[in-house]
Design a protein around this ligand. Structure first.
Ligand SMILES: Nc1nc2c(c(=O)[nH]1)N[C@H]1C(S)=C(S)[C@@H](COP(=O)(O)O)O[C@H]1N2
Ligand SMILES: [Mo]
Length: 373
């Protein structure tokens, strides 16, 4: 028998520091981030929404695609895409954020997709509520988990598996889980899960399974790799950890002025500038306050109306920019009083780093800038 070519540690140190490896850069090329300048928009342009795909993107013929309800259901069934699109349709703006967002700012750093700030975005997702479809399949009384399986298959830590996640019956009852086929008024793109995905509003992105093929009712707890071996907060190797679920409160600033190509530090002219950005929290909790740090100290920003219960809130603050180098920052607090830390919280996998973003700006008159000639 040929052995599994991928051992638990194949080319994967546990944590690392300093320069980024070729493997990390390769992951960053496949999994693009939001363009921070689009943080001025309520809805992220589709092409600027972040991507996180563990394996290869399955290119599915939607005429052949079926969603099956299998396992411990009394009335298992399956649906074609035409049948799914004929169901009651809703459109919901939801902010999605990857649990690994901010990982590159945690020290030592987990050896994985090296996100800085960009793994977040808001889309208008079109689909149908999932709960009635599960009820129609008549789950048996002793069901403990519903397992959601994607069409993508690969290896992680030596373990072959299709990407899959689960929710308990209680979680399903508490969350507004949607079955989604449209994004911003267009059909889902292959890289975002076409033809069908889940959106689990208020939770980190890993729960929103793409390329959904099967929903299985289990009378035991689901033990898929992506459910039990990762997406857990762990302080060290021996820590069994706690599952990663709802999104932590966070905010970002759309960088003002214009950038330096490599460093992304900014240049802007002295005078009044409107600083703008977005703030969000998990579990449907509204944003209560955003403070912005300028050389004059922390000041409270003005909040826009939220884009939706599960979507981010815009904020803005007018600042009189004075000449010099400054570090700007923003910090959100949600309606339950949770606020962003200044320093990144440590986690073995670098999950849920919601530390404040810092933006370096250089304020100078145009005539102080050397012309390109
Ligand atoms: N089948 C499948 N679903 C998946 C993933 C995946 O790799 N395979 N990645 C998850 C993760 S970790 C995130 S953050 C979101 C990203 O969704 P997006 O690429 O549409 O932004 O999809 C989730 N659903
Ligand atoms: Mo993610």
């Amino acid at each position: 028998m040929t052995p599994n070519p991928f051992s638990p540690d194949t080319k994967r140190p546990k944590t690392t520091e300093g320069v980024f490896s070729a493997a990390e850069v390769g992951l960053a090329n496949r999994n693009s981030g939001l363009l921070l300048e689009t943080l001025t928009r309520d809805i992220t342009p589709t092409g600027a929404h972040y991507l996180l795909n563990h394996f290869d993107v399955p290119l599915i013929d939607e005429a052949e695609h079926r969603l099956s309800f299998s396992g411990a259901f009394d009335a298992p069934y399956s649906l074609t895409m035409d049948e799914i699109r004929a169901l009651p349709t809703e459109t919901l703006p939801v902010t999605l954020e990857c649990a690994g967002n901010g990982r590159a700012g945690v020290s030592p750093r987990a050896y994985s997709m090296p996100w800085m700030y960009e793994a977040v975005g808001t889309s208008e997702w079109t689909g149908t509520p999932l709960a009635p479809l599960i009820a129609r399949a008549k789950p048996q009384n002793d069901v403990q988990d519903f397992a959601f399986t994607g069409a993508d298959f690969g290896f992680d830590k030596g373990q072959p598996h299709a990407f899959g996640r689960s929710l308990t019956p209680d979680e399903l009852a508490a969350l507004d889980v949607m079955l989604i086929w449209g994004m911003n008024g267009q059909p889902l793109l292959p890289q975002h899960g076409a033809p069908l995905r889940l959106i689990v509003p208020g939770w980190y992105g890993m729960a929103s399974v793409k390329w959904l093929t099967d929903i299985s009712a289990l009378t035991t707890r689901y033990d898929g790799f992506q459910q039990v071996q990762t997406y857990r907060f762990r302080k060290d190797e021996n820590d069994p950890g706690r599952p990663v679920t709802t999104i932590r409160v966070k905010s970002l600033m759309a960088p003002p002025g214009v950038p330096d190509w490599i460093s992304r530090e900014r240049w802007l002219e002295p005078g009044r500038v409107t600083l703008r950005g977005r703030a969000w929290s998990g579990g449907g909790t509204p944003i209560a306050r955003v403070e912005v740090e300028t050389p004059e100290g922390w000041q409270e920003a003005t909040l826009d109306a939220p884009v939706g219960r599960y979507a981010w809130t815009g904020w803005h603050l007018d600042w009189q920019a004075t000449p010099g180098r400054h570090v700007l920052a923003c910090r959100a607090t949600d309606a339950e009083g949770r606020t962003q830390p200044i320093e990144p919280p440590f986690d073995m996998a670098g999950f849920a780093n919601n530390a404040v973003q810092k933006t370096v700006v250089h304020v100078a008159q145009p005539d102080a800038i050397q012309k390109d000639s």
